[in-house]
Design a binder for this molecule. Sequence first.
Ligand SMILES: O=P(O)(O)O[C@H]1O[C@H](CO)[C@@H](O)[C@H]1O
Ligand SMILES: O=c1cc[nH]c(=O)[nH]1
Length: 238
Amino acid sequence: MPTPHNNAQKGQIAKTVLMPGDPLRAKFIADTFLQDAVLVNEVRGMLAYTGTYNGKPVTVMGSGMGMPSIGIYSYELFKEYDVDRIIRIGSAGSYSSDAKIYDVVLATSAVSESTYAKVQSGYDKDESYPSKALNDSLRAAAKRLGINMIEGAIHSSDVFYRQPSDEKPTYWEKLRDERGCLAVEMESFALFANASVLGKEAACLLTISDSFISPEITTAEERQTCFTNMMKIALENL
Ligand SMILES: O=P(O)(O)O[C@H]1O[C@H](CO)[C@@H](O)[C@H]1O
Ligand SMILES: O=c1cc[nH]c(=O)[nH]1
């Protein structure tokens, strides 16, 4: 029962899907952590693998970058493949001295300028929310592993490269100080909105890859391979 964007058969996708933006991060997770991983989608290079972790079935699939992209893939997974829960595992830029490079952030909400949810379902608020039960389960998994997580709102942005501006405070200082956003990424607002309208569960774990307040930055290779703590938490949650 393939879709225009996914040529997996229905039974080839597990009930729980881990979704990094980068399809090569999905391949890394399959190669590093899964047993008996099988490539089940490669349409548009959006690699998806299904295997097991400690005997539990799981699929890892790239979402691409931005809300339109994760909007398509997550909607199809929930609606056409009967997926119950999607855990995004992404990279993020820190807006706060509380979130340092390689720290893991658990999103408690996603604040966004995106029109995705309004257009998709008429939802006209600028903040969407993960599943409370799934977040609790991720907290318990992190605790079992002894991995520290920072929690808070995140900014889901439609724009990666903004034109420089002299505005003070900056847009990101306002998001931090007025909305409590710890960091920025580009997908969770749409993922949470899709899960909510379809009665499914979603959550988002992020690893800080760069910072708006200090010059620290990680390479593309590190982003692909070194974000293992959030991967371990998401897998332990199974
Ligand atoms: O590392 P991923 O999961 O792709 O997440 C972040 O990285 C991309 C931008 O570089 C955006 O997709 C953003 O959300
Ligand atoms: O969306 C993102 C992800 C990582 N770093 C950023 O600055 N933005």
